[in-house]
Design a protein around this ligand. Sequence first.
Ligand SMILES: C[S@@+](CC[C@H](N)C(=O)[O-])C[C@H]1O[C@@H](n2cnc3c(N)ncnc32)[C@H](O)[C@@H]1O
Length: 416
Amino acid sequence: MSVAIPPPESVRGMKILDKEQFKLTESIPAIRLRPQLVSKYLKKLQDKLLRQPGVKHVQNCSKGDKLLLLTPSSVGGTPLSAGLVEEVAFDGGVVIDHQLTLEYHHWTMPHILKAVLPVDTREIPSSFETIGHIAHLNLPSELTEYKNLIGQVLLDNNPQIRTVVNKTNSIDETFRFFKMEVLAGDDDLMATMKENGCQFTFDYSKVYWNSRLATEHRALVGLFHPGDIVLDVFAGVGPFSLPAAKKGCIVHANDLNPAAFHSLQSNAEINKLPIQCYNMDGRDFIRKMATDVMCNPSQQKPIHIIMNLPASAVEFLDVFHSLTIQSRPTIHCYHFSKAEDAKKDTVDVVNKTLGVTLADGSFTIHQVRDVAPKKLMVRISFELPLLILPHQQQQKQIVGPTDDTPSSKRSKLDQS
Ligand SMILES: C[S@@+](CC[C@H](N)C(=O)[O-])C[C@H]1O[C@@H](n2cnc3c(N)ncnc32)[C@H](O)[C@@H]1O
């Protein structure tokens, strides 16, 4: 929104928010006239009216008159033409100088930060991610001195936010959650939010959560059918597992992070979903599922294995070399690729770990999102090649879907 009058220049460089310093009295042009004429002049003066958050451009005045506030020329307003001034006078009105007092709450976050932060600031913080009542900023180091002021301004301008955090530069290497500091508001990092029809509660400072994956969570669960078996190896607090269970899939969900595991369990309970939860290393979980689920000869339902740990999930595929299983699961494995050809890179690393070559047409690749410049998050989905299983191994050769795979076990994959 365009703003007519900026905060006073004296707030530039402020590091501790002092709202009093924003008080400003400015002389602006205004037209005083009888109430019956307001609509006529509102139409005529559309482009000249003052546009200031929290200030009405039509104000009451003494003796029942109205005042139309106009943009002062000091901030780009165009003076009234002599003809217009005459017309106002003819209508019994008058053009006056009006003393307008503005305070901190008359500006929005971008206006305040633009006035406070150094003129050469490369990017004025304006967008942020929300996780329930928490706003999550990722401030560049050049703004470190201003971080608490920025947090407070964000809080003041967004009534739905109670806590503002800043991502510090590091990520927990194993459990993938961001280290963060509270900049303003309540020191309460227990977030509650909805995604894909399910409610999630978790301690944002202890577990992984990324609202930008909501579409991917929905897209993958969209490929499953009621009754399918879903094994979520790196489940986090359950954004794949809960909607899958809600859809009628039989879900086993695992995470090594105890905090994620506890939230997963309580989220399943809160949403009244019968999910089996595990707190194990991913390889151990897959081995356990090989015995408990994938070895059952009467198991005819399609099995999906979700592996969303893009920094290293592919490495976990080596576990399949040592498994004896009856079923042929479909694996949905995520991968970060920095290669020019992310699709080729993803297939290459999967082939290398599996020790086979997935044939063209036996897998699908889906580009999930840009994580950083030249770094893509990719999903590869494929049926586990029979030849990598020890009891099936004869000689390594080109592997593709086999004619003997029951069609009931084939999943419908997206073709992107
Ligand atoms: C990128 S997060 C994905 C979480 C969730 N699936 C989602 O989409 O939001 C990866 C998860 O893997 C878990 N994790 C990391 N190493 C693991 C391991 N060796 N075994 C099992 N879980 C692990 C982390 O705790 C984290 O919750």
